[in-house]
Design a protein around this ligand. Structure first.
Ligand SMILES: Cc1cc2nc3c(=O)[nH]c(=O)nc-3n(C[C@H](O)[C@H](O)[C@H](O)COP(=O)(O)O)c2cc1C
Length: 399
């Protein structure tokens, strides 16, 4: 991503300390962060904290001697690629809605043309107050983005809505808006499979693998952001399902097979990022298998091959597979591409450091049916998801 500038407005609420983590996370992503603090915010956190985290001066007062010959609120307003207010008090929301510009933060927001993202945090009664809700609605209608607060126990002791949204959610939202994703998948129906499957041996044990589902979930989220109608078919994972797509949960390979086949006809693209178990126990013991013998053999039967079946009956769909190998990955991956009649395969060697199962990062080589090969660097699965979608888009325009 090219260098971006975020102006971070911090207002006077208990959650002001969480803005320190937001600033730090954005700086680590290579973003220039300029902080503006209200007078009340400085009661909670000292400007020096933000100054140290961002390595930039912190604006606190409109009438202090300017740091440069620009009029500071105007130069910050112009510099911003995105304006984030987190936490946002009821007061700042009310001031923006009413067009009041009586301090550095409210004046700079008024002067900016950048997208403004507001993350409210306040006591539940304050948040539910009709005036606050009206202000939020009015500003939303005018194009201001709001990140809804979460629920939980608040600092004041009350429980309910009003907690500042999770830092992860705020940072993701900022990145999404800065990335300005094209809606190039609009009207495309995509099935994405993710995670492992589980095959029971007895009522308490199962066969599975180390797939975490992170690659498939990242693809599902990215495709939805690019306008696709995504159905995520997921095996058991510990991940939160993306709110932007429909998720169908399955346990076994047979269940995944049925769900994918059920939607296949009406889909335009299928990305099989799941690692379904190739084998299942021939018989599942009704009761827990007891430790009565020195060794134990379990007879396994081959499961249905979902990808092979999709390749066999493929008509209009673009079919994308993954090959997780530990040796000779290119050779095995290319064989899989051909044997399963795929349009594209993403090949990774999961024995390499930080690659594949469980990691937030991945390194793949993409091979297309045309023979074109592309090696990608080790990057986050979220970043890689968009690059994979770019490659699929090329296939869409070619066909
Ligand atoms: C201890 C304490 C905690 C507060 N927490 C919040 C809060 O979480 N949200 C909020 O809207 N106001 C909160 N307030 C009230 C604001 O600080 C007050 O409305 C102030 O005028 C906001 O100014 P600002 O929007 O310019 O930062 C709190 C006040 C105190 C004393």
């Amino acid at each position: 991503m090219i260098k971006k500038t975020v102006v971070l407005g911090v207002t006077g609420g208990i959650a002001a300390y969480k803005a320190c983590e937001i600033a730090s996370r954005l700086v680590k992503l290579g973003i220039e962060v300029n902080v503006i603090m209200t007078k009340s915010a400085q009661e909670f956190v000292r400007p020096l904290v933000f100054q140290s985290l961002t390595n930039r001066p912190v604006a606190t007062d409109m009438f202090k001697a300017p740091l440069s010959w620009d009029i500071e609120h105007i130069s910050l307003a112009k510099k911003a690629d995105l304006f984030l207010i987190a936490p946002a008090t009821a007061n700042i929301i009310g001031k923006i809605a009413a067009g009041i510009a009586d301090d550095m933060l409210s004046t700079t927001v008024m002067a900016t043309k950048a997208p403004v993202v507001i993350a409210p945090a306040m006591n539940t009664a304050m948040y539910k107050n009709k005036i606050v809700q009206k202000n939020i609605k009015d500003l939303s209608d005018l194009g201001y983005h709001f990140i809804s607060p979460g629920e939980g126990r608040l600092a004041c002791g009350d429980s309910g809505v009003g907690k500042l949204a999770e830092v992860d959610i705020i940072v993701d939202e900022v990145i999404d808006i800065l990335s300005n994703y094209p809606k190039d998948y609009k009207d495309k129906k995509i099935i994405i499979t993710a995670g492992p499957t589980r095959e029971a041996i007895d009522p308490v044990r199962f066969i599975s693998n180390h797939s975490s589902g992170k690659m498939g979930y990242s693809l599902a989220e990215a495709a939805a952001k690019r306008g696709a109608d995504v159905t995520l078919i997921s095996g058991p994972t510990y991940l939160k399902p993306p709110s932007s797509c429909k998720t169908i949960f399955v346990t076994t390979t047979e269940e995944m097979y049925k769900e994918v086949l059920n939607l296949y006809d009406e889909s335009d693209i299928v990305i099989k990022a799941a690692a379904p178990s190739d084998y299942a126990a021939e018989t599942i013991s009704v009761n827990k298998i007891k430790k009565t013998q020195d060794d134990l053999s379990i007879k396994l039967k081959l499961n249905k091959d979902i990808l092979k079946e999709l390749g066999r009956i493929k008509n209009k769909q673009i079919l994308v597979g993954f090959a997780a190998e530990t040796v000779n990955e290119l050779e095995y991956g290319k064989k899989k591409l051909k044997e399963k009649n795929l349009d594209m395969i993403c090949i990774n060697n999961v024995s390499k450091d930080k690659v594949g199962f469980g990691h937030d990062t991945n390194q793949i080589t993409i091979v297309k049916e045309s023979g074109e090969e592309k090696v990608f660097p080790l990057i986050t699965k979220k970043e890689l998801a968009n690059l994979i979608l770019d490659e699929i888009k090329d296939l869409m325009t070619e066909s």
